[in-house]
Each structure stands twice: as C-alpha cells, then as structure tokens.
Design a protein around this ligand. Structure first.
Ligand code: ADP
Length: 299
C-alpha cells in the first residue's frame, strides 16, 4: 500500500508554509477563536506573512472576528484563494462557505472531514511565515484525523486555550494527552476569561426556532452583551466568579507543559472581536491586549 494521496497533497501544499501553529481547546466557548484571531493580527503587525485557517466547523466565527463576514471564496488555477485582511494576512474559513452560519451545526462527521481535508489540500497560501489553524474543540475521532493530517506536514505545535474552572481543566488534560499521543508538541496553555461563562458551560438548551441544540454559554453571553453590557465590566472586575485561581498554571506544572499566561475577561476585547478588529492598537483594550502580547512574545 502506497502513501495516502491526501497526505502527500497536504504535505506538498504546506511546503511553502514555514510555521504551523494549531490552536486547540477542550471545550467550545473558551475564547479559542478570539485567541487565534488576535494571534494572527499580532503576527501580521510584526510584519510576518500570515495565514489563518478556520476549521472549527462547530462555530466558524473567524470571518466575523477578522471583519470579513459575507465574503465569498474565489478559486484560481492555483487553488482556493484566501481572503485578505491586509496584504500579509490571509484568511480561509468554513464560514465563508455557509450561506447561514447555523448550517454548520447539522453537518455530520464525514462531510466535515472531507471539507477540512480539502481546505488543507487546496488553499493557495503562497509563501507564508505562519499558518494559524483554529481547530475544532475536543478530542473526537474527527478531531484526531484532522490533527493527523496536519501532523503529516510537521506542525510546530499546539496552543491550548482554557478557562480557569475545573470543568474546563479536565478537558485540557485530555487535550494535552491527546497531543502527546499524536505527537504534536504543546507550545503552552493560555488561561482565558475568568469566571461567568463556565457557569453555563455544561448546560444545553434548545432555542425556539433553531434546528438543534446550541451552546447556552454563547447565548447567555450574547444576551448579556446585548441587554446589559455594563454587567460585563462588573464581571470583568470581579474575582467572585473565579473559584479556582491559578488552576491552569498548576495543571501545566503537573503535566510538564508550559503555561503561557492569563488573559482577563475584557468586554473591550469582546467588542474588538465582534467588530473584527485587532486589539493591539486599541487603547480601550488595556486589560487584555498587554496580556495577549506577552503570551505571543513567549512563542
Ligand atoms: P471559542 O472559539 O472557544 O468557541 P470564542 O473565541 O468564539 O470561543 O469566544 C466566545 C465569546 O467570548 C466571543 O463573543 C468572544 O468575543 C468572547 N471572549 C473571548 N475571550 C474574551 C475575554 N478575554 N474577555 C471577554 N470576552 C471574551
């Protein structure tokens, strides 16, 4: 049996990409996409050539976070062309292919997998310094195959984003073990957003009018943002919700992986993400931008 033709095609395509960084999380809603987006902005602002690949089919939020909502993918004879935010920051997302973002929820494994494979094979990144891959949360079978495809191209490693709470940390342990198993180095763990969101995380509920289950966390956050944004700053300044300070750092120590730092809950970061902006030149993001920058400087 010869080598898998898909793996060969992916390796060929990735030959013009110097560094590949995976961004992972155990759970959804912990800020993985926000981190991927801001990491890409930061690398581009440092004058690197950057690609951002969003294969988080569960909730492709990258187009919005890069200010590219509603854009369509174009093809050339070299493959699918990324959509450029700046001349040195190109983006490809499953979100560009969905007429309605809710469609993603009902996709089944093989279809998702096929599209992800195609993204890895067919996107024409050109010569770039960094490819940031916003991966789906969790360690499902589907997830394993994606990482294995990528691993065929020798990824530099994975950054794992978590919140400080125990429920999230249990999943991060799984994620770290998973990386060890498939041979992806763990570049480190980022602890994002103290409090609040985790209170909702394990709830699931059905919103009338939507086809399937949606994440209650997502809904609750959006509701608060819309109806009572002042509450977000109260939560941001409060340690009350943070029941396990230092959780991720301690866990990293136990598991022998680097701890990269904490990003506080910051409504202004949320706003920048919502509006598709970089937080780094934004004075209002004074709570989160320096924290993010010091994490990125450690990579
Ligand atoms: P994930 O990719 O893990 O599902 P997202 O990056 O989509 O999570 O984040 C979920 C929501 O939380 C988004 O609305 C985002 O703007 C917000 N968010 C992420 N990090 C922070 C933070 N540090 N402070 C405030 N809001 C945040």
């Amino acid at each position: 049996k010869g080598p898998d033709p898909d793996l060969v095609a992916i390796a060929e395509r990735m030959a013009t990409v110097k560094h590949k960084i995976l961004v992972l999380s155990g759970k959804g809603g912990v800020g993985k996409s926000t981190f991927s987006a801001q990491l890409s902005f930061a690398l581009a602002e440092m004058d690197h050539q950057v690609g951002l690949l969003d294969i988080d089919i569960c909730g492709p939020s990258i187009p919005k976070m890069l200010g590219l909502e509603g854009q369509d993918i174009h093809q050339s004879n070299l493959g699918w062309s990324p959509i450029y935010v700046e001349s040195n920051l190109g983006v490809m997302s499953i979100g560009f292919m969905l007429p309605n973002p809710d469609d993603a929820v009902i996709w089944r494994g093989p279809r998702k997998n096929g599209l992800i494979k195609q993204f890895l094979k067919d996107v024409d990144w050109g010569e770039i310094d960094y490819l940031v891959v916003d991966a789906p949360p969790g360690t499902s079978d589907e997830h394993i195959s994606i990482v294995q495809y990528l691993q065929a191209t020798e990824v530099d490693g994975a950054i794992i984003v978590t919140t400080p709470q125990q429920v999230s940390l249990i999943d991060v342990r799984k994620e770290i073990n998973f990386c060890k198993k498939v041979g992806v180095p763990v570049l480190g763990v980022v602890e994002n957003m103290s409090g609040l969101r985790q209170a909702f995380t394990d709830l699931k509920f059905v919103k009338p009018g939507l086809a399937g289950e949606i994440d209650a966390t997502e809904w609750a956050m959006n509701y608060i943002k819309e109806k009572a944004p002042e509450l977000l700053s109260v939560v941001a300044c409060s340690e009350v919700f943070d029941s396990s300070k230092g959780g991720a750092e301690k866990m990293c120590h136990e598991m022998g992986v680097p701890f990269l730092g904490k990003v506080p809950m910051d409504p202004q970061l949320c706003k920048a993400a919502e509006e598709g902006r970089s937080c780094f030149a934004d004075q209002r993001c004074s709570a989160s931008a320096p924290a993010l920058k010091s994490i990125i400087d450690k990579l």
